[in-house]
Ligand binder design. Structure first.
Ligand SMILES: C[S@@+](CC[C@H](N)C(=O)[O-])C[C@H]1O[C@@H](n2cnc3c(N)ncnc32)[C@H](O)[C@@H]1O
Length: 215
């Protein structure tokens, strides 16, 4: 998919295009309850989730179609003295250089990349007990200023939840979020779901919402 590669490279070369450095909020909030080990950050961009996971001791692979994005991510990781396996590939290309293998990852993160067709493979790529954290824009009737202009690459209400019902859903939310810097609203679905390994399993402690930091 050369078009995607060129299009995203162009965006990353634009000084006005900047992604946050912080990981997605639900990943940060839950990091102490997530399984340790191998992690995959799909469509990593400038690497905010991958870098956060490397900081927390994960063995991280991070894949993106854009060379420019990976160069930025690599530079930031180097500055922090962190190692991540940065992979340039189109994750939708079934014959491409990056192929998902079953039961490989303890944690998979996808943020702000619309990939419903990839979800079956992502779930299969989770190790038993592995967790998927997926966050993406929702279609909305409210005015939203952030995210794709084309509703076809936004989830409808409950799409993400429904796609994860064969996992144990630990968290699902649909909410309007305001940008930390510019206050611009976006509507976002977040799922945290674990590949169950049987009827009996352990569950993370209930969180006291008064202590939950907001982005
Ligand atoms: C909106 S950015 C999100 C980046 C990052 N996940 C974050 O939340 O900051 C979407 C990313 O998807 C990547 N991307 C788009 N199509 C892709 C594909 N087919 N395979 C891999 N990455 C892709 C883009 O290069 C871009 O970095």
């Amino acid at each position: 998919m050369t078009d995607d590669r060129d299009r995203w490279n162009e965006r990353y070369r634009d000084d006005d295009f900047e992604l946050p450095d912080d990981p997605v909020p639900e990943l940060a909030r839950r990091i102490d309850t997530l399984p340790e080990g191998r992690a995959l950050d799909v469509a990593t961009g400038s690497g905010r989730n991958a870098i956060f996971l490397a900081e927390h001791g994960y063995d991280v692979e991070a894949v993106d179609v854009s060379d420019e994005a990976l160069a930025q991510a690599h530079t930031r990781a180097d500055e922090l003295g962190l190692e991540v396996d940065w992979i340039r590939a189109d994750v939708t290309d079934s014959d491409g250089e990056f192929q998902l293998e079953p039961r490989e990852y303890d944690l998979i993160v996808v943020s702000f990349f619309y990939a419903p067709a990839l979800l079956p493979e992502l779930k299969e790529a989770l190790a038993p007990g592995g967790v998927l954290v997926y966050e993406h824009h929702l279609r909305s009737s409210d005015p939203v200023e952030v995210g794709p202009s084309d509703d076809r690459v936004r989830f409808r209400s409950n799409d993400l939840l429904r796609s994860c019902l064969d996992l144990t859903v630990l968290h699902y939310a649909e909410a309007t979020r305001h940008g930390k810097e510019d206050g611009r609203p976006s509507t976002i679905a977040t799922v945290v779901a674990r590949k169950s390994c049987g009827g009996a399993q352990s569950y993370p402690p209930e969180r006291d919402m008064r202590d939950v930091p907001r982005e």
